[in-house]
Design a protein around this ligand. Structure first.
Ligand SMILES: CC(C)(COP(=O)(O)OP(=O)(O)OC[C@H]1O[C@@H](n2cnc3c(N)ncnc32)[C@H](O)[C@@H]1OP(=O)(O)O)[C@@H](O)C(=O)NCCC(=O)NCCS
Length: 232
């Protein structure tokens, strides 16, 4: 599949109303959404891990993630991302695509890193990315994958993440037997959230370097079986 594939949303029915929280609209992301997206991508990775890896050790991961987001064809791009908007404000984000498509995007992602970080930044980034990859357990090649899911802290607990996940399932069910994602071992809230959302933990991987850089020893893979009509 091409690097500019849109798999994120596209469903005109992808909207939900929560009486006490205004109108929640789910829509495809655009390059112009880079500011809120950069902040949410940092949240999705967890700020600690994002800053250690993508902020090159400083609390500035969002501005790099913004730059990666606004170019198509990478693991971070707007073209695999659905946003949740509440009364016009971006409050949540999910990126998702077939694992095989994400694997095809690795080379263009490296180019994206080059453009976002420049040569000196890239030389600092590469060992950090390697540490992150070492802490990323294998994903079955036929799975759908969710690289990032985050909701703005002040909007959590209102069903925004569940609404975003329903969009993912609507796309994924016809194409994949299951959905996978990574969670940092230390992110207890997210692990509980996925557990309650029907995901099963399928093993983890660790990196000593990641632990030294980010205080996070590794990541676990969660998966959820997809059966058309069952993901409600
Ligand atoms: C994990 C995370 C995405 C959850 O987002 P969220 O929007 O708070 O999640 P939801 O509100 O959909 O679900 C949380 C709970 O609120 C409840 N809830 C409250 N109001 C609700 C409503 N109006 N409709 C539906 N559910 C509601 C849900 O029942 C749910 O409980 P459950 O898990 O027992 O079903 C969010 O905490 C987050 O962004 N964390 C930081 C980033 C992160 O860790 N990402 C995951 C790793 S990639």
């Amino acid at each position: 599949m091409s690097g500019t594939l849109r798999v994120a949303n596209g469903s005109p029915a992808a909207a939900a109303t929560r009486p006490s929280h205004g109108r929640l609209l789910l829509r495809d992301a655009e390059p112009g959404d880079r500011r809120p997206a950069g902040v949410l991508l940092r949240e999705a990775l967890t700020p600690q891990l994002a800053d250690a890896v993508f902020g090159l050790g400083s609390p500035g991961a969002s501005r790099y993630l913004e730059r990666l987001f606004q170019r198509p064809g990478t693991l971070w791009s707007y073209d695999i991302t659905t946003l949740a908007e509440l009364d016009g404000e971006v409050v949540g984000l999910v990126s998702h695509a077939p694992w095989a498509v994400l694997a095809e995007r690795r080379r263009s992602t490296l180019w994206g890193y080059w453009r976002a970080y420049g040569l000196r930044g890239l030389l600092k980034l590469i060992p950090r990315i390697r540490a992150l990859m070492r802490a990323s357990p294998a994903v079955p090649p036929d799975h759908w994958f969710i690289p990032c899911l985050a909701v703005a802290p002040e909007h959590r607990g209102n069903g925004v993440a569940h609404a975003l996940l329903q969009t993912v399932y609507r796309h994924a069910e016809a194409h994949a037997p299951a959905c996978s994602l990574y969670v940092p071992t230390s992110n207890g809230t997210a692990r509980e959230f996925y557990d309650r959302a029907g995901y099963v933990e399928r093993g983890g991987a660790d990196s000593e370097l990641l632990h030294r850089l980010a205080g996070v020893s590794g990541r676990v893979r969660f998966e959820r079986t997809l059966t058309a009509g069952r993901s409600t």
